[in-house]
Design a protein around this ligand. Sequence first.
Ligand SMILES: Nc1ncnc2c1ncn2[C@@H]1O[C@H](COP(=O)(O)OP(=O)(O)OP(=O)(O)O)[C@@H](O)[C@H]1O
Ligand SMILES: [Mg+2]
Length: 360
Amino acid sequence: MTDDRVREVRRVVENYVEPCLGAPLSEAKAVTSVRSEAGHTVVEVELGFPAGRYGTELADRLRGLLGSAPGDGPVDIRVSWRVRSQAVQGGLQPLPGIANVIAVASGKGGVGKSTTAANLALALALEGARVGLLDADIYGPSQPRMMGLQGARPVSRDGRRLEPLEAHGVKVMSIGFLIEEEQPMVWRGPMVTQALTQLLSDTNWGELDYLVVDMPPGTGDIQLTLSQRVPVSGAVIVTTPQDIALLDARKGLRMFQKVAIPVLGVIENMSTHVCSKCGHEEPVFGAGGGERMAAQYGVALLGRLPLDIRIREETDAGRPTVIADPDGPVGRAYLEAARRTAARLSIPGAAGPRITVEDT
Ligand SMILES: Nc1ncnc2c1ncn2[C@@H]1O[C@H](COP(=O)(O)OP(=O)(O)OP(=O)(O)O)[C@@H](O)[C@H]1O
Ligand SMILES: [Mg+2]
């Protein structure tokens, strides 16, 4: 009887299609033990992505699925997590102490990339991960403002490396900390990539599970060079649903494929407009663009964020939505997108084959 129960519980838990992974728990090898112990059935699940908050939600959902017949003892579901370091693109070495670098990119400027990068980083930290955020947008650094660190200056303790600043539990570094805000950047491409790779390696990040990089917008030489030089485990493409933004987002996607960086998926920003007066939601820029693009390229749609004035207000005030209102619908949407991002990263190969296109 107990053997049957253990088998049945194992079958249900292993076959559960976990929404962040987009795959059964068995495929992620997440079910580490199902056993009978002092009249209880004990289930141990170990996720490869941070789940400090999500763990309880998942345990509740699994418990709900299991049901019980008379005579079945209680089920203890224990969810833990551990972030592993994933491979980086060929020829590069991972950065010491940094388990995974996630690049947040967009083909086009102004689509909400920095807002998304900040909220993703904060969401991963809220789930318990050790997170850094590198503002690589040298022409328009916005993370100092978004993270509420405007005017702050990093210091060096050893005279060699800069200490990152910290906001809401995330370590932050930005060229914006080192230059005057209104100072126009007139650097040429090679100087930019040099400055950025230096900013990356000359920062004392310590041990990180994730370093989220807010990439400069576009798919030009600077972006290409960066994606060849920075050891990245996965990329996220931010787009709005307009055709023109989607066209540029496709270019972004192909750029990463070209350098064999797995694209973890697409985040559609400003998907719908939520009226601040009545809460009515409308797809002002057209519906389903991100979804179609994801399907066309065989990548995941990691999330959809509405065009909502509170996102702008909270971000402008240095308290992005994940901090200002983590349990509201938008905060939850960011948390979910972050979990999906980290979950896809945790199963190598889930982000599609590494396609290398040789330059000729
Ligand atoms: N979903 C949203 N709803 C409302 N406002 C948003 C949303 N996403 C971003 N914004 C706002 O839109 C503006 C542009 O966003 P953001 O700076 O993140 O874009 P970006 O893609 O990083 O731009 P850039 O190309 O200049 O770096 C900001 O003022 C931001 O607060
Ligand atoms: Mg930006």
